[in-house]
Design a binder for this molecule. Sequence first.
Ligand code: SAH
Length: 378
Amino acid sequence: MATKHTPLENIIRKQIAKNGPMPVSRYMELCLTHPDYGYYLKQNPLGRDGDFITAPEVSQMFGELVGLWAASVWAAMGSPSEIKFIELGPGRGSMMQDALRAIKILPQLYKAVTVHLVEPSPALRAVQDETLGNAKHVEWYDSLTDVPEGPAIIFANEYFDVLPVHQVVKADDGWHERLIDVDDDIFVYTVAKEPTPRFDVLMPPHVRAAPNGAIYEWRSDTEIMDLTRRVREQGGAALIIDYGHIRSEAGDTFQAVAKHSFTNPLKNPGEADITAHVDFEALAKAAASMGAKAHGPVEQGAFLNKLGIEQRALTLMKSSSHDESVLVAAALKRLTGKGRNGMGQLFKVLGITHPSIETLAALSEPEPVSNLTGTMKR
Ligand code: SAH
């Protein structure tokens, strides 16, 4: 009896039948952003009832501190009378909502800010509209390069991890692109027959010596180059937060998550979030090579601690019921905690700025910058 395939599975199988095995990066791209069946394009996957929870969904504290961080950047830029807040892949819009509320303590900044969201998913644009509709006028774009000119602060939380990743596998004769093929009705991994020409030249020298069979992951530079060009040419800064490694290294981090559990990325394409860890060294190097300044990366726990998250949690707890306080304490632990259940160590934070901005709060200076005293809640 023939197995029933999802529509996206059929599309991928047809492409493989026609063109041969498909690079992992192309498979990931189709799974996430196929116009009709892509995971992000057809639904809102975020939240407790969805497939996964991100830092802004864990607690309002996250977006608030990001907002205060942005306030310090704006001050370092000389408090311009117009500043764009641009967010890449804003999900439900919660981080922007919390950041905007936090910066209301600086009316001059709040007035200066316009909001620009880069989001391919119509389903998520609708959710963002609902979240942010009352706060500020919002404009949406398909790409960062479509956002009108002007100094900006760019935010990207859990954005780079969803961008298509290439995997190459080390062998005696070089690094071979990892591909996906069909075998006996299921998707399986294979590798390109020929090594990618001169791939060794492109990769970080300390990864070249990896043993045979090692997997190295890399992404196209397009996104980081667009972002860097923008801050270098028009002023401002970008804040990139994601799970990943501070140093480029070999390793297979291609993974799928559905309903808060890991699943096999080769099964049920389009039904799970597929990601790979972010190589922060590669991002920082690309930014520096284009004449911008990279700050960090640092671990998310250290970043939030320096921004004063403990103080903020205490303030929130003071005005909360016992049950709410327990949730605030748990959120603090989740956002800053080390180890497998915490995001504090696994997630890293990288700042990229115009070269005139020499230091960034919590990324290149030792002391907390905020003492958010308000008790306002979401
Ligand atoms: N930043 C949010 C959401 C993270 S999920 C949060 O922290 O909660 C990833 C986000 O990136 C979603 O908004 C998704 O629709 C968007 N996205 C996914 N693939 C994308 C792509 N190829 N290009 C641009 N945005 C993408």
